[in-house]
Ligand binder design. Structure first.
Ligand code: PMV
Length: 325
């Protein structure tokens, strides 16, 4: 059977950083995100006895560590479905590759939903989220719609994401600003294993439940100032963990700091916007939907920004009838 899925990437507001169990990707803390409607991966999977071995093509790549990771995930799904067929997989992002934008969330969410359907199974959103988590942790948050919480759980069955607010709840926008071409110098998976080497990691974990509750409160009250303040402090905290890890991880470029300073200066002068960061040099800028034209015109004037992508809050992963082969 051939099946195709489209998955959004997501922006973590409370970050997943660090693992309690590397093998099945059980995170040290719960996290919160929203899905991004313009950073999408489309993946078609077909299991068939016509294929002698797995044939994988991800944004034109056919070999390498990414492909090995996809095969491992396919095998997990084959074991759940009780099938032993090889697969053909073609996957494409709608955003430029090699720009340091992480595509593992959308990639493993789309792969999970397409491969599960192609295997003949029909699984609940919860089960799909549990499977996606094992491909890439953040992928479990791209399965449900809109604003999502991934509860860390204490075993594989209890660690999955669910929707906490709908797409229509709040008109906020995430503008992803691409500052330089070039992939990340260190994979995020490796970063997770170093998280606990930061002397500040324990303090982060002690305070995280309160931060999660405060963030959920700010979304439920649509309090953009509280929301943005928490999101920014969480982005800085993520990078504090990385900078103080052993060995230290430095993802920020001079342009990253330059843009962050613009965001702060604009805010001090009355234009309400906040930034977020992931494991990379690119900057996410969040504003209320009513302010997007103003934000775009400010970004257009900053010539060091290579490209920006405007995202609204999106639905989660869905099947599509338009196959890639
Ligand atoms: O799912 P991964 O292994 O790509 O990890 C994602 C890590 C961060 O993007 C930094 C935070 C997050 O929660 O998405």
């Amino acid at each position: 059977m051939k099946r195709t899925a489209i998955a959004p990437s997501n922006l973590a507001l409370i970050k997943y950083w660090g693992l309690n169990d590397d093998a099945i990707r059980l995170p040290t803390n719960s996290s919160i995100s929203f899905n991004l409607d313009n950073l999408l991966t489309k993946t078609t999977v077909e299991f068939s006895d016509e294929y002698k071995t797995d044939q994988i093509e991800i944004n034109s790549e056919k070999t390498g560590s990414k492909i090995e990771r996809v095969i491992k995930h396919l095998t997990l799904i084959r074991n759940i479905a009780g099938i032993n067929l090889a697969a053909k997989v073609v996957s494409k992002n709608n955003f430029p590759t090699a720009t340091g934008l992480s595509s593992s969330a959308s990639g493993f969410a789309a792969l999970t939903v397409a491969a599960v359907a192609a295997s003949g199974l029909s699984l609940s959103e919860k089960k799909l989220s549990i499977i996606a988590r094992q491909g890439s942790g953040s992928a479990c948050r791209s399965i449900p719609d809109a604003f999502v919480e991934w509860e860390k759980g204490n075993d594989s069955k209890s660690s999955y994401a669910k929707q906490i607010f709908a797409t229509s709840w709040w008109d906020i926008v995430d503008v992803v600003c691409i500052l330089s071409s070039g992939e990340k110098y260190l994979s995020t998976s490796k970063g997770h294993t170093l998280a606990k080497t930061s002397p500040f990691f324990k303090t982060r974990i002690n305070l995280i439940e309160q931060k999660i509750n405060d963030l959920k409160k700010s979304i439920s009250e649509k309090n953009f100032t509280d929301f943005g303040t928490l999101v920014e402090s969480e982005a800085i905290e993520l990078h504090a963990m990385m900078l103080t890890a052993n060995p230290s991880l430095l993802y920020l470029y001079p342009e990253t700091l330059l843009l962050i300073n613009h965001v702060k200066k604009w805010r001090e002068a009355g234009f309400v916007n906040y930034f977020s960061l992931n494991t990379g040099h690119n900057v996410h800028i969040i504003c209320e939907g009513k302010n997007i034209a103003e934000l775009k015109s400010r970004l257009d004037r900053l010539k060091f920004i290579k490209q920006y992508i405007v995202n609204k809050v999106a639905i989660g992963t869905r099947l599509s009838l338009e196959h890639l082969f």
